[in-house]
Design a protein around this ligand. Structure first.
Ligand SMILES: Nc1nc2c(ncn2[C@@H]2O[C@H](COP(=O)(O)OP(=O)(O)OP(=O)(O)O)[C@@H](O)[C@H]2O)c(=O)[nH]1
Ligand SMILES: [Mg+2]
Length: 342
């Protein structure tokens, strides 16, 4: 039986999950900075680097400098081994700072030493704890890999490590940004980071705020435990065409994921008072069409108190085939391809 509690006691029990976004190395730190600029209320931000100058220049307040003894704040120059030694040295402090959060997004651009080494290291360490670690990687442009074998080696080792680890993984391929090639380079990265912002904000919103049919942090973790390698997709579309949501989520993702025959799906649909049961059915039908009959399907919805033109879908798709990132690094996509089931 639930004992009688005071309002204060209920308030302390009903807190929302604590979330952090953590930038690892240069590209990861810049992405955290962009997320803050776009606004992620209630989410804690932190950057970790071996490069003191870069740490000094970021507007993110909370910073950790690693490898001071060996690297003297100069960055790793692409050396993963030295970063791993620094991470072992700093492990206690890193975990002390990160373990209190229930969800930690770990962001890094692959190819350098710092982000490429820290991302799998911290993902593995955090997965030993109660914290849900969500690695987010930016895969470099092909041209960077074609001309630099140590960079390629850093990327491939990290990709292999992460795919073997399984769990929820967000991979964004810079090559997919070629569709914005007329924009200045820094704007192109901002476009990618704005997409990342929508992923982070949607996932956090899904587990933080109660719904009519809720998907909370525990159900997300349970779903992930039995889903193998998974990824996160989001989309918005007009309420009159709910089946387009799935198609959009897939085509707007920044990687072509290869799905196994029985992918699993956790879906959360948000709309207004005009969202009908028929609307939900149409979304589910379109999921079945794209994924076949998922082995595991979790579904949640939230109805906002007013009518809404736009529906928003947040989807965690599991059972991904490994080597998806490998393939993205090898093939120069000619045009954005949709997710291929099979
Ligand atoms: N600066 C920056 N680089 C990006 C971005 N997105 C992807 N990258 C790529 O990220 C990769 C890693 O670069 P950095 O983040 O500078 O490397 P690092 O992790 O700091 O590692 P070291 O400097 O070698 O210690 C490179 O291949 C970049 O091209 C971005 O938004 N900003
Ligand atoms: Mg760096």
């Amino acid at each position: 039986m639930t004992p009688n509690r005071t309002t204060e006691e209920w308030a302390s029990l009903a807190t929302t999950p604590s979330v952090a976004v953590v930038g690892l190395g240069g590209a990861g730190s810049e992405a955290v900075q962009d997320l803050l600029t776009l606004g992620i209320p209630g989410v804690h931000a932190l950057v970790v680097n071996t490069d003191a100058k870069h740490l000094m220049s970021t507007g993110v307040e909370e910073k950790i400098l690693l490898g001071q003894r060996e690297l003297r704040g100069r960055g790793s120059g692409g050396d993963r081994e030295v970063v791993l030694r620094a991470a072992e040295d700093g492990k206690e402090e890193l975990l002390r700072r990160l373990r209190p959060f229930e969800i930690v997004f770990l962001l890094a651009g692959l190819g350098g030493g710092t982000g490429s080494a820290l991302l799998p290291f911290l993902s593995r360490e955090l997965r030993e704890t109660e914290t849900l670690a969500i690695p987010v990687v930016f895969l470099p442009f092909h041209v960077e890999l074609e001309t630099n074998s140590s960079r390629r080696e850093n990327v491939e080792a990290t990709v292999e490590n992460l795919e073997a680890m399984g769990g929820l993984l967000v991979a964004l391929a810079n090559e997919k940004l070629r569709r914005f090639e007329s924009l200045p380079v820094h704007r192109v990265f901002q476009v990618r980071n704005a997409y990342l912002h929508s992923l982070v904000a949607s996932l956090v919103d899904m587990v933080e705020n109660p719904s009519q049919i809720s998907v909370d942090l525990s159900s997300l973790k349970n779903h992930l435990r039995s889903s193998g390698l998974s990824t996160l997709l989001v989309s918005e579309h007009h309420v009159s065409e709910p089946e387009r949501l799935v198609q959009r989520a897939i085509s707007e993702s920044m990687l072509d994921y290869h799905l196994s025959a029985h992918a699993s799906a956790l879906l959360h649909l948000e709309g207004g008072t005009n969202m009908t049961l028929r609307t939900l059915d149409r979304v589910l039908e379109s999921v079945r069409e794209r994924l076949g009959e998922p082995q595991q399907l979790v579904f949640g919805t939230r109805v906002r108190p007013e009518p809404r033109e736009v529906l928003r879908l947040t989807a965690v798709i599991g059972g991904l085939k490994p080597r998806t990132m490998h393939d993205a690094l090898k093939q120069r996509p000619k045009s954005p391809e949709p997710l291929a089931a099979g």
